[in-house]
Design a binder for this molecule. Sequence first.
Ligand SMILES: *[C@@H]1O[C@H](CO)[C@@H](O)[C@H](O)[C@H]1NC(C)=O
Length: 202
Amino acid sequence: MDGVFAGFDNGGLLITFLVVYGISGGLWYLWLQGHIALDQAVFPENTPGFVLDAFARSFLWKIGLDYRHGTGHGVGAALNVHEGPQSISFRFGNMTPLQKGMVVSNEPGYYEDHAFGIRIENLLYVEEADTPNRFGGIGYLGFEKLTFVPIQAKLVALSLLSVAEVEWLDNYHSQVWEKVSPLLDGSARQWLWNNTRPFVKP
Ligand SMILES: *[C@@H]1O[C@H](CO)[C@@H](O)[C@H](O)[C@H]1NC(C)=O
């Protein structure tokens, strides 16, 4: 696993991507399913982040696996890469509600002692969700992606993902291509093209 830290005058962020160091691709889809489930979460306003933590973790829990860190943290501007008060974590004491305009990371992972570690991390922006109802007269919230790095989905056993999950991947990769390709040329652009092609679900 590798990470890229991007520092700017007014802030910094960390994107984690996967480089294969001899892991078995077999379980990789479980992290990806958790990442996709959290990315697509829709929830009532005033929901504390910990409520969403299980959206990402549940796929691992089903087979008795887990990870020892929170699923998401806030992001500071010109301060810290990890910055509260909001988080998406199993630490149920943090009751800070997620609010429109907040930024959180989406980074389920798994680390096997002395073997390998694996994680995907994107940053999400909390925005209003366009729900057909507003039960209780309150607003509903969801996420918009802020970071666009291809996911090495060639590791994924596509047959184990649902049709909707493969659609999510294809849609994400088409956005990565649209947003990032105008900034690249030569072999970097070719690499991005190669790594953002749609998948065909077997
Ligand atoms: C892109 O894919 C083609 C076809 O598989 C391959 O020949 C080429 O080397 C790849 N280019 C890069 C930069 O990854």
